[in-house]
Design a protein around this ligand. Structure first.
Ligand code: GDP
Length: 832
């Protein structure tokens, strides 16, 4: 019973004595929001009733009705009254407190709002003052005026600082109402005040916050305060930096990345981004801006602009015009060109074998991309050992024209072929003199005169046809005419009067470059002018280095290489590309600077090209993609020359329906990166004289990337062609298999009109397609519904036999019409 009573009492107290709860909350100094007040109000309103009905009805009506059983009525009454009185007092007190607190809260709010407004004003004033100060300071700097002005400018921020220092004193203001509060409230207020600035910041928010609940406000104001302090500190720091600022000379190239600009000015990137935003340019720190914009920014920050041209870094590579007396003759550089299989490689080998191996007994010839031979009369000739047009064109496209003479090989038993014409055009475009080598003259079918006549059509008039182009009949197999060919070259070279100054900083062109496992990056360089020596510091394309060793075409280490001498250069920091120009510089710093600059420029260029691709070509590509299938491939080769030759061959594969797309090509082993790229695009990897490393092999196996190895370019090209052919949609070919004449037309129930026909040609097949021809005009094309021979449905009817035919979904058939019967077949096509 008493248990029961206790529970009920507690429960009732919980409901009826909410003000009490509020009171408790106050004592902890936590709750103080309107919601609580509202609740209290709500409690206060029912309270008068509650005091009568609640305390009397709730307790006396409920519990007391049971209690009297245990306690005397008088005792119970007494207790009840006491409780009621206490309750009433409590409620009255609470109501009073609520009213008090509300009044105080309002007062506080008002004051806080006032304080906030005041503070805001101060802040604004402060900011205005600071901006003014900054402005003045800038003006001061720009004009470089007297110290007087500087003092004035320095004085300006001082008043600005005053309001800031006043801030803390401004804050206590809202605290003034506190004494009016009850001691407990005063405590709470003090506690809040102790958080200091919070109060001030919060006061404004509280007015709003009161409506939504105050708990979050305190956190927010704390954070806000911290931010504010942080800002103040930063401002103070920024101000100091600015005052001590060093005016810098900022080297400004044609385009500069924002972060780099910040770096060069020794300013914060964020400030620059901000300035740019103020100028209406939304850029991130990693974006490049043009020099004009950058100049504005540099000036705004009070630095000096030093415009540098992109090419300035390269100025150290002096364009020396050699004096005539310094020039000495140099060997000619010869490239052999011609149609495939006309014997370029054989001829190169024949010349080399005849002149090098014979001359240097036991000498190991080494393929380094070029070699030198001496003619019988002692003239030295340098041959580029990379036959074909790829090397020639890719070199030229990089601005390295190394070839002095082109030997055009045409097979005497063949004729002028497409690549012969291409070679002629290349030579003409490069304004390089040509010598025609009519090869394979040992063959019975050889007809040199036919070749000469054909060349005429392409404006190559050989000497035998009273022109100026030397022609020599040779055979790479028998060696016939080789000496005459070399003589012709020597003569041509004499006419050209090739000269170079060997006594200057060397310049050369990369013929081939590769990453050698043992030796690191190796480049075969054909020295064009000057002399390249061991220990020379150089820049080559985007790479640089110091000549660690020079190796000639015979595999011997040499100390130096003069004009027209091909050498392998060791000591590079990376693999350059064929066609890159090598320049010797004075210091390593110069070499590095140039190389880095070029790498940067190349990156920018690629990025620009990439952007152009995405923007311009996206639509074009989307359009093309509708009807062009692409076969993506990755090419890795042992040397740059091969890689480029393969890429060029790949570009030629395909037609307007199918295309080969070389996603990436490079020199060196197939790596995981290649496999990743291949996987992403569903491309096979073509390795030419290179292999995949172990991890790449594993990844390829896991991801199902196909890696194919080749050592003959034509095998590779053939395979790609076959694969690309697979992408060609099969051609649908129609074969007419028969004709039938309609003799009569019957109507058959359940079938419709049936043509009584005579198969006049070939065969009528049920499964075949049919066309209805009337006066040789196709009036319907479709399928047969039925093919009957007498009463039976049959598969086919031979020529000369009669049959009944009915069309599917068509019955406008007349006697005299002709039915054409055809079959379709899919023909796989190949690329030629
Ligand atoms: P490339 O594709 O122009 O480099 O031609 P190659 O040097 O590979 O030669 C193609 C084919 O022609 C090879 O089978 C050679 O053996 C053959 N060949 C090259 N020159 C001669 C020649 O002077 N006489 C004969 N009979 N065959 C030759």
């Amino acid at each position: 019973m008493s248990d029961n009573d206790g529970k009920k009492t507690l429960g009732l107290r919980g409901a009826g004595a909410r003000p009490g709860n509020v009171k408790q909350s106050f004592s902890h100094g936590r709750t103080k929001n309107v919601v609580v007040e509202t609740k209290r109000k709500r409690v206060v309103v029912p309270k008068p009733g509650g005091a009568k009905a609640g305390s009397a009805g709730g307790r006396a009506g409920g519990d007391p009705s049971r209690r009297p059983a245990g306690i005397s009525d008088a005792e119970m009454d007494r207790r009840l009254k006491a409780v009621q009185a206490a309750k009433a007092r409590e409620v009255e007190e609470a109501a009073k407190r609520v009213a008090d607190e509300k009044a105080r809260e309002e007062e506080r709010t008002r004051r806080r709002a006032e304080a906030e407004a005041k503070e805001r004003e101060q802040r604004e004033a402060e900011e205005r003052a600071k901006a003014k100060a900054e402005e003045e300071e800038r003006k001061k700097r720009e004009a470089e005026e007297t110290a007087k002005r500087a003092a004035a400018a320095a004085a300006a921020p001082a008043p600005a600082a005053t309001p800031r220092s006043e801030q803390p004193s401004g804050r206590p203001t809202p605290n003034k109402p506190a004494p009016a509060a009850t001691p407990r409230k005063a405590d709470r207020e003090r506690a809040q005040r102790n958080k200091g600035p919070v109060d001030n910041r919060r006061s404004g928010k509280l007015t709003l916050g009161q409506a939504t609940g105050g708990a979050g406000n305190r956190h927010r104001s704390m954070a806000a305060m911290k931010r504010k302090q942080e800002r103040a500190r930063q401002k103070a720091m920024g101000g100091t930096v600015e005052r001590e600022k060093v005016v810098r000379d900022v080297q400004l190239p044609e385009a500069i990345v924002v972060s780099e600009l910040a770096n060069r000015m020794a300013e914060r990137t964020a400030d620059i981004v901000k300035s740019l935003m103020n100028m209406g340019m939304m850029v991130t720190q990693n974006q490049a801006i043009d020099a004009d914009t950058a100049e504005l920014i540099i000036e705004e920050f009070g630095h000096k602009v030093v415009r540098v041209s992109d090419a300035d870094v390269e100025d150290v590579i002096k364009e020396v015009v050699d004096a005539d007396e310094d020039l000495v003759s140099r060997p000619p550089v010869i490239t052999i060109m011609g149609h495939v299989d006309h014997g370029k490689t054989s001829l190169l080998d024949a010349i080399r074998d005849a002149k090098v191996v014979a001359g240097e007994a036991g000498g190991i010839t080494q393929h380094i991309g070029a070699y030198q031979v001496s003619t019988d009369d002692g003239t030295v000739l340098s041959f580029l050992d990379t036959p074909g047009h790829a090397a020639f064109t890719s070199m030229r496209s990089r601005g390295a024209q190394v070839t002095d003479i082109v030997v055009l090989v045409v097979a005497a038993d063949d004729s002028v072929m497409p690549q012969t014409i291409e070679a002629i055009n290349h030579a003409k475009a490069a304004q390089v003199p040509m010598i025609v080598a009519i090869n394979k003259c040992d063959r019975p079918a050889a007809d040199p005169n036919k070749v000469r006549a054909e060349l005429l059509q392409h404006e190559v008039i050989v000497e035998a046809m009273s022109g100026e182009v030397q022609d020599v009949e040779v055979s790479a197999v028998t060696g016939q005419g080789l000496d005459q060919l070399l003589e012709a070259i020597a003569l041509q070279s004499e006419i050209l009067e090739l000269k170079a100054n060997p006594d200057r900083a060397a310049q050369g062109a990369v013929i081939e470059a590769q990453l050698d496992v043992g030796r690191g990056p190796v480049a075969t360089v054909l020295v064009q002018t000057g002399t390249l020596r061991q220990g020379d510091i150089f820049v080559v394309g985007e790479q640089y280095g110091k000549v660690r060793a020079l190796i000639n075409d015979k595999g011997e280490r040499v100390k130096e290489a003069g004009p027209s001498v091909p050498v392998e250069v060791l000591g590079l920091n990376g693999t350059p590309e064929a066609g890159d120009v090598l320049n010797v510089t004075e210091t390593e710093a110069q070499a590095r600077e140039i190389a880095e600059y070029r790498a940067h420029a190349a990156k920018d260029k690629r990025a620009a090209a990439g952007a152009a691709t995405t923007l311009e070509q996206l639509m074009a590509k989307a359009k093309e993609d509708e009807d062009v299938s692409e076969l993506p491939i990755l090419v890795k080769a042992d040397v740059q020359g091969s890689a480029e030759a393969i890429v060029q061959a790949m570009e030629k594969i395909g037609n307007n329906e199918v295309r080969v797309r070389v996603l990436h090509y490079g020199v060196g082993a197939i790596t995981e990166t290649d496999v990743g790229l291949a996987e992403a695009s569903g491309a096979p990897i073509m390795g030419f004289n290179v292999r995949a490393n172990a991890s790449a092999r594993n990844t390829a196996n896991q991801k199902g990337v196909e890696i194919r190895y080749y050592s003959v370019i034509y095998d590779l090209v053939d395979d790609v062609k076959k694969a690309a052919s697979g992408l060609l949609s099969a051609e649908i070919r129609e074969n007419f298999i028969g004709y039938a004449q309609i003799k009569d037309v019957f109507k058959v129930s359940n079938v419709g009109k049936v043509a009584g026909c005579l198969v006049t040609e070939g065969v009528a097949r049920r499964s075949a397609g049919v066309r209805l021809l009337r006066d040789n005009v196709v009036i319907h094309e479709g399928n047969l519904k039925t093919l009957k021979r007498f009463k039976d449905e049959v598969g086919e009817v031979q020529s000369g036999q009669e049959c009944g035919m009915a069309f599917e979904n068509y019955d406008d058939i007349r006697a005299g019409d002709v039915i054409e019967i055809f079959e379709r077949e899919e023909v796989t096509r190949t690329l030629d």
